[in-house]
Ligand binder design. Structure first.
Ligand code: UD1
Ligand code: MG
Length: 462
């Protein structure tokens, strides 16, 4: 027994049940593909397994759920997928992955793909019991309203003796509020033999995974129930529950970000993705949205109404208000990206300023460059995208169009209102303006003639 923990720490398998059709989602996508914090629910569940140190991951899907495969593999490259053709119950679903279970030696945690809010703390409690010698365990919670859940039945010593499904429960059993979350854990040595004994003689005619508790007890095996919060095991069956799970997820993430040292002035108005990373002493004003894949360094300020996805923002930069950073935006240290500026697939080096009304796409901007208001990198010719390079210390005058591919070398100036179609050398001034023409007193004459015409028209109309 002394070696148990070390031997078994490296032999955890997670088995994710995701064959449910999710008809109540009214969607063409499998239920587990719907996202919480921009991450598909099945991804949340697999990541949880990874954070517990799972070595193996199997996902049971329904027919025609090819999409789930790629997502599952992107979270755990070795994920094995099994198709459950007929949906005959949770025990039957687990047995769809029999091939993986036969190969595995150690522990198995069975998770549902539509339960994205589960935490490592909750799972660790159950996992620890298995490591301490329990053969089968279940994660339970006290339900506000237990209707529909399997009830966890415990004996006088508090030992779990059975799980009773709603439809098969007696009136006394229905009064029990300690419920099955659906998460179950096993030591593999007895798992398959227990599953093989599960029948379908119940109100639903299904093979219930939950029956293994009574079967295990009958064999003298140790069964346990550990406790988690009802919120942790919220299952998503429709879009209303999806938004409820999103709400809980966002609140947790806002709290985490604040506890890690960032200020959110109005946290309830800031939306994160599951993978958003925010540094210390970052200040985020109200109404900011973080799409997937954003990393924000220390001391950054993000002003109101900014939308940021696929971007890296290095220390001390200031973003917004009303800035849009799209995938591939790499904002270096101490930069300014101001109001109504859009940056896509562009690196902006240390100290550069793009303060107003600008589009920077497919570009490289050198250190301390100043990009004037209304500058546009014309990156697309209707067929292909081209690169704009702006060197260090360049000054791009307002309302300039830089027609890519084009390079403005270090230190060059571009006069306001220019359309630059080819390269500009180091420290040069380039400008493309039509010559100014001045017609003295033209405006005064024009005004007078228009007023006369208007007065004449008014006289004839009356
Ligand atoms: C199950 C539990 C119940 C628990 C509840 C928690 C059983 C018999 N009952 O009931 O004790 O309180 O979850 O939400 O296990 N699935 C498959 N293939 C199947 C059947 C189900 O993959 O053949 C998957 C579903 O996609 C879902 C999960 O297993 O992710 C649970 O199935 P569901 O039908 O929702 O079970 P419940 O009746 O809610
Ligand atoms: Mg259910």
């Amino acid at each position: 027994m002394a070696n148990l923990a070390s031997q078994t720490d490296s032999s955890l398998m997670i088995l994710v049940l995701a064959a449910g059709m999710g008809t109540r989602m009214k969607s063409k996508h499998p239920k587990v593909m719907h996202a919480i914090g921009s991450k598909p629910m099945v991804g949340h569940v697999i990541d949880l397994g990874v954070s517990l140190g799972a070595e193996t991951c199997s996902v049971v899907v329904g027919p025609d759920m090819e999409q789930v495969k790629d997502v599952a593999r992107s979270h755990f490259s070795e994920t094995e997928l099994f198709v459950q053709h007929d949906r005959l119950g949770t025990a039957h679903a687990v047995l769809s992955a029999k091939e993986a279970l036969e190969k595995h030696d150690g522990f198995v945690l069975v998770l549902y793909g539509d339960t994205p809010l589960l935490t490592t703390d909750a799972l660790n409690g159950l996992y620890a019991e298995l490591k301490n010698g329990a053969h089968v365990g279940v994660l339970g919670f006290e339900a506000d309203d237990p209707t529909g859940y399997g009830r966890l039945l415990v004996d006088d010593e508090g030992q779990l003796v059975a799980i009773r499904e709603q439809k098969d429960a007696s009136p006394e059993e229905l009064a029990v509020t300690f419920c099955n979350s659906g998460v179950m854990g096993f030591r593999t040595e007895h798992m398959l033999s227990l599953l093989d004994q599960v029948g379908n003689d119940n109100a639903n005619g299904e093979y219930y995974l939950t029956d293994v508790i009574e079967l295990a007890r009958r064999q003298g095996l140790k069964t346990v129930a550990t406790l988690c919060s009802e919120q942790d095991v919220l299952g998503v069956n429709d879009r209303v529950q999806l938004s409820e799970a999103e709400r809980i997820f966002q609140n947790r993430k806002r709290e985490e970000v604040q506890r890690n040292g960032a200020t959110l002035i109005a946290p309830e108005t800031v939306f994160f993705s599951a993978d958003t990373e925010i540094g210390k002493d970052v200040i985020i004003e109200p109404n900011v949205v973080f799409g997937p894949n954003v990393v924000v360094g220390d001391d950054v300020q993000i002003y109101s109404h900014s939308h940021i996805e696929g971007a890296v923002i290095e220390a001390r930069s200031k973003i917004g208000p009303f800035a849009r950073l799209r995938p591939g935006a790499e904002i270096g240290e101490g930069c300014k990206v101001g109001n109504f500026v859009e940056v896509k697939k562009a690196s902006v080096s240390k100290g550069a300023k793009i303060n107003h009304l600008t589009y920077v796409g497919d570009a490289e901007i050198g250190a301390d460059a100043n990009i004037g208001a209304g500058t546009i990198t014309c990156n697309y010719d209707g067929f292909n995208k081209h690169i704009t390079k702006i060197g260090a210390n360049c000054f791009i005058g307002s309302n300039s169009s830089l027609v890519a591919p084009v390079t403005i070398a270090d230190g060059a100036f571009i006069g306001s209102g220019s359309v630059i179609t080819d390269n500009v050398p180091t420290d040069a001034l380039a400008l493309t303006r039509a010559e100014k023409k001045v017609y003295e007193q033209w405006a005064a004459r024009f005004r007078k003639s228009q007023q006369r015409l208007k007065a004449r028209k008014a006289a004839t109309d009356t």
